[in-house]
Design a binder for this molecule. Structure first.
Ligand SMILES: [Zn+2]
Length: 290
């Protein structure tokens, strides 16, 4: 029986094994159950994460209760992580309410303001044994960022070195070509830059946002370049929504447990495939046994 773990030990263990941890967003009991089943079927550690929007939807107390119950049923350590916390207050609220890992996203601030905010959150978090992820450079949205402008937001290795030294973060989200949401065309990742960042901060696990829609091959290369946490949200939401639509359109059944069952299975399958990529498993897709 596991208690929720800080994310840093999971990322350090992944680094030793040359792997990454899948960070899976959940939105409700159904998606949480999907991730739990996927992790247990592969005997893997995962990071369960919620955005501020999910906190507004479920509340931190309910999220904590659900995640603690999930961790208790997991074979391997699990962390509960705040994804894209935008303020000191939301990070503090999560730290005080059972999250074991928080991201403070000051990527839209100036370098010095981002440093200061992240340093303050890291100080608070570390006093409670909570891990902290910062973001340097800016990972945008596929829906809003014109491809030709993206590189101006990319993380620079020398900045990463200063940022980590000044903030004491446990993990750093970097902008190297991925983005949030559905990609319109091919994803282009600046691996040379990623290697430079890794070499500048070799003891700091790197985080890749916007993992949905990136091929297994590219994700594996990212892992070889020091990425230890890969975030997946868009494809999970998409799998869930498609399955629910299909359930509702094919039947007048009002039993929600039956309506959601195909969606739980669809997300479980998607989560399994992402966990397998992160753990370097060569078989990318397997039929779920449950
Ligand atoms: Zn993100």
């Amino acid at each position: 029986m596991q208690k929720l773990s800080p994310s840093r030990p999971l990322l350090d263990a992944a680094a030793k094994e040359g792997k990454a941890i899948a960070a899976l967003n959940f939105y409700n009991a159904e998606t949480l159950i999907s991730h739990l089943k996927a992790a247990n079927s592969l005997n893997a550690s995962i990071i369960l994460q919620t955005t501020e929007a999910t906190i507004s939807y479920l509340g931190v107390e309910m999220i904590r209760g659900m995640a603690q119950a999930a961790a208790a049923q997991c074979e391997q350590p699990v962390a509960l992580h705040l994804d894209h916390g935008r303020s000191y207050d939301i990070a503090a609220k999560c730290i005080d309410n059972g999250y074991t890992s928080v991201m403070i996203d000051g990527s839209k601030l100036s370098f010095s303001d981002n440093c200061e905010l992240t340093r303050q959150v890291a100080e608070l978090a570390h006093a409670s044994g909570v891990s902290v992820e910062g973001e340097l450079g800016h990972v945008g949205q596929n829906s809003e960022t014109p491809a030709e402008d993206k590189t101006q937001w990319f993380t620079r290795a020398e900045d990463a070195q200063r940022f980590v030294a000044e903030t004491n973060v446990d993990a750093l989200a970097v902008a190297v070509g991925t983005a949030h949401g559905f990609y319109r065309g091919e994803v282009s990742i600046d691996f040379e830059r990623l290697r430079q960042i890794r070499d500048a901060i070799p003891s700091t696990p790197l985080v890749l946002h916007g993992g949905s829609g990136v091929s297994a091959e590219l994700l594996r290369e990212c892992i070889q370049c020091g990425v230890r946490k890969i975030n997946f949200g868009t494809e999970l939401k998409d799998a869930f929504t498609r399955a629910v639509k299909s359930s509702l359109c094919s039947s007048d059944d009002i039993d929600l447990r039956r309506t959601f069952q195909p969606a739980i299975s669809a997300v479980e399958e998607m989560s399994r495939s992402k966990i397998m990529i992160c753990s370097g498993n060569t078989v990318e897709r397997q039929t779920s046994g449950s």
